[in-house]
Design a protein around this ligand. Structure first.
Ligand code: MEV
Length: 323
């Protein structure tokens, strides 16, 4: 049996602005998705525990399939075209990441699936190849994403990303006196729809919004420096400025604002939506000593709070011998 996993992600600063070519900073979190592969003789069966479906994809990859399965068909198609083979299998998908929360559940699941299935085929894929294949699957779900989600879940760590240019791994200075919280609003939304809405707003008010986009780019560069210097007070301030920018492009909500203000009132250094917004998750940076108070303050406004760590492990593949 083969099992692959991939982390979730948060965008520390720069979501949406990254879609128009500005740099953004993302981190991988130790909340993971898994794909488990077992031998099966009949066809390619995909079972999703979180989305509650089990579907058989015919070996010739034809026919009509539920829309949730389309990204997997796309991955399989690319593998069959590039490597000339497919094998019947049963692939079970399970994730700790809430779907539609801005924590990269789709990219993470596709990355785990691609890594597990390629190992099952006996094809050694580089991380760059996995990243490319996951990006194609992301396009099936989200339209034309920037590519930041697939990149961070594939490589792990903390990265500065710029569309079309790729990524730079940041050498983050960890300081145990500071900690992250990710608060899920419980409100699910479509990244593709939100991205389109923001792009429409940009087209309508290009002259007004262009300077804001440039400012967001500068902010991301400052945030990268703050992370590398271990200056978490500065990082918190930059996150707060970034939240104001995201508010300006219309992707925050009343519930997000409630979490942001309650967190700051309880001592958080920085709080902002993370991902596409419109619901989804809020990223909070606080001094470790203030963490419990912050958590208590935001609890009534959240569906779930993740107290998690940044992980350097991107995709991980394990093989088990069956007896
Ligand atoms: C989604 O995690 C981040 C967005 O910037 C979209 C993208 O980069 O493709 C909102």
């Amino acid at each position: 049996m083969i099992e692959a996993s991939a982390p979730s992600k948060v965008i520390i600063v720069g979501e949406h602005f990254v879609v128009k070519g500005q740099p953004a900073i993302a981190a991988a979190l130790d909340v993971r998705s898994k794909a488990r592969i077992e031998e099966n003789l009949k066809g390619i069966i995909i079972r999703s525990i979180n989305l509650n479906f089990e579907v058989m994809i015919p070996m010739e990859l034809s026919g009509s399939l539920p829309k949730e399965v389309e990204p997997f068909r796309r991955i399989l198609k690319t593998m069959s075209e590039r490597y000339g083979k497919l094998r019947p299998a049963k692939i079970t998908l399970e994730s700790e990441i809430p779907v539609g929360s801005g924590m990269g559940s789709s990219a993470s699941t596709f990355a785990a699936f691609t890594a597990a299935y390629s190992r099952y085929l006996g094809v050694e894929l580089s991380l760059d190849e996995v990243n490319e294949i996951v990006y194609e699957a992301e396009c099936v779900v989200h339209g034309k994403p920037s590519g930041i989600d697939n990149t961070i879940v594939t490589y792990g760590g903390v990265i500065a990303y710029r569309k079309g240019e790729g990524f730079l791994r940041l050498n983050v200075k960890i300081n145990q006196d500071y900690a992250w919280l990710v608060a899920d609003t419980g409100v699910r939304r479509s990244t593709g729809d939100l991205v389109r809405r923001v792009l429409d707003l940009y087209d309508k008010y290009e002259e007004v919004l262009m300077p804001l986009y440039h400012a967001a780019g500068h902010l991301a560069i400052e945030a990268a420096k703050a992370l590398e210097q271990g200056d978490y007070e500065k990082l918190g301030e930059l996150m707060n400025i970034n939240q104001g920018m995201l508010e300006a492009i219309g992707v925050s909500t009343l519930q997000i604002s409630e979490i942001v203000y309650k967190a700051k009132e309880a001592g958080a250094l920085g709080a902002k939506l993370t991902g596409a917004g419109g619901g989804g998750a809020v990223l909070i940076l606080a001094k470790r000593g203030d963490l419990n108070e912050v958590e208590e303050a935001i609890k009534p406004y959240t569906a779930k709070i993740f107290k998690t760590r940044i992980t350097h492990t991107g995709i991980r593949v394990k093989e088990f011998n069956e007896r």
